[in-house]
Design a binder for this molecule. Structure first.
Ligand SMILES: Nc1nc2c(c(=O)[nH]1)N[C@H]1C(S)=C(S)[C@@H](COP(=O)(O)O)O[C@H]1N2
Ligand SMILES: [Mo]
Length: 328
């Protein structure tokens, strides 16, 4: 494990245990979601949460314990207020304040997730069936946006690998694609041609299987707010935020590397990999440092951006031998 103690306040200190207290605890969440769950199909989730809470973070992931628990950050989470009012969700507009305003009416029930392509078990999940696949865990991850700001968010969900294993990919499956809902009736941002809708993202199979890659259903002890990608989104903490697609309706297993929405929009600016890397600048700005949301006072210092967003010990081997400037 890597404790960058010598570099002062600007560095995270990964720890085996994620402290809570800076935000509401599990019991608050259980009381509210657990009670509200009656009749909405969320009961199973609440039950599993109790089980997950009684084992150390990461223990639910047989064989991958060290790669998850060693990565959880002890940095203080960004305030829930900031994390739910400063958002990128272009389907609802390009202003940071747009999603919180305009995503309110997003219908997340019922929701269907189609799992398809190069799999032996193509299937459509409703939310309840999907959440039953594994025990919900809380994990505090850093989130680094390609624009140069960052947050620390306590997510609720489980490793994407659980879903991948359930789908039983064929030997041809080399990439996993994530497709966001594109419903013009609910998403006013679709009128803009800023991106080619639907929003599509993708990971290489080994990246998607990495235990840190998380399928998320909640944050701050509650179900995901619409503006943060309800009812399910990705959290891929070692990559720039845009890789973590929101409000996913389709997961496709592919033999060939697909083009993502951001690659299509600006191929010289946004690569397929988009791993957080302080040594590979965006063509229009440096990626060496970042502004932590909530620390933007007059005397706030920028923080140095960390290789793979601080998760190098866990994910570095995925890219062994690759030229990270070429495969940016
Ligand atoms: N469908 C969709 N997913 C998306 C985006 C988007 O515009 N549409 N924006 C991405 C970007 S750029 C970031 S930084 C994160 C922001 O997640 P947050 O609002 O929960 O912090 O979501 C990502 N996922
Ligand atoms: Mo972003």
């Amino acid at each position: 494990m890597n404790f960058h103690r010598d570099r002062g306040f600007a560095h995270p200190r990964p720890s085996e245990i994620t402290p809570r207290g800076a935000y509401e605890n599990r019991r608050d969440w259980l009381r509210r979601v657990g009670v509200a769950a009656a009749g909405t199909g969320l009961g199973a989730w609440a039950l599993r949460e109790v089980r997950a809470a009684s084992v150390p973070a990461g223990a639910a992931l047989a064989g991958s314990r060290s790669s998850v628990s060693g990565a959880l950050t002890m940095e203080r989470p960004t305030s829930r207020e900031d994390a739910t009012t400063y958002n990128n969700f272009y389907e609802f507009g390009t202003d940071k304040a747009d999603p919180a305003q305009r995503a309110r009416s997003l219908r997340t029930q019922p929701w269907a997730l189609s799992v398809e392509g190069e799999v032996k078990r193509p299937r459509t999940f409703d939310l309840d069936a999907l959440q039953r696949l594994a025990a919900i865990e809380e994990r505090v991850y850093r989130l680094r946006c390609v624009e140069g700001w960052s947050m620390v968010i306590p997510w609720l969900g489980w490793s994407l690998s659980h879903l991948i294993k359930a789908a039983e990919p064929t030997g041809n499956a080399k990439f996993v694609q994530f497709v966001t809902l594109a419903d013009a009736a609910q998403m006013p941002g679709l009128r803009s041609r800023v991106l080619d809708w639907p929003y599509v993202e993708a990971l290489r199979m080994d990246e998607a299987m990495h235990p840190l890659a998380m399928l998320v259903f909640g944050m701050y002890g509650e179900v995901l707010p619409p503006q943060n990608g309800a009812p399910l989104r990705l959290a891929v903490p070692w990559k720039y935020g845009f890789k973590s697609a929101k409000s996913i309706v389709r997961i496709r297993f592919l033999a060939q590397q697909p083009t993502t929405s951001w690659e299509k929009a600006a191929p010289s600016e946004y690569g397929f990999y988009s791993n957080v890397n302080p040594h590979v600048d965006h063509p229009r700005w440096s990626q060496a440092s970042e502004r932590r949301i909530g620390e933007d006072g007059l005397f706030a210092k920028k923080r140095p951006t960390l290789m793979f967003n601080g998760y190098e010990a866990q994910v570095g081997t995925l890219y062994a031998g690759m030229d990270l400037k070429k495969f940016f």
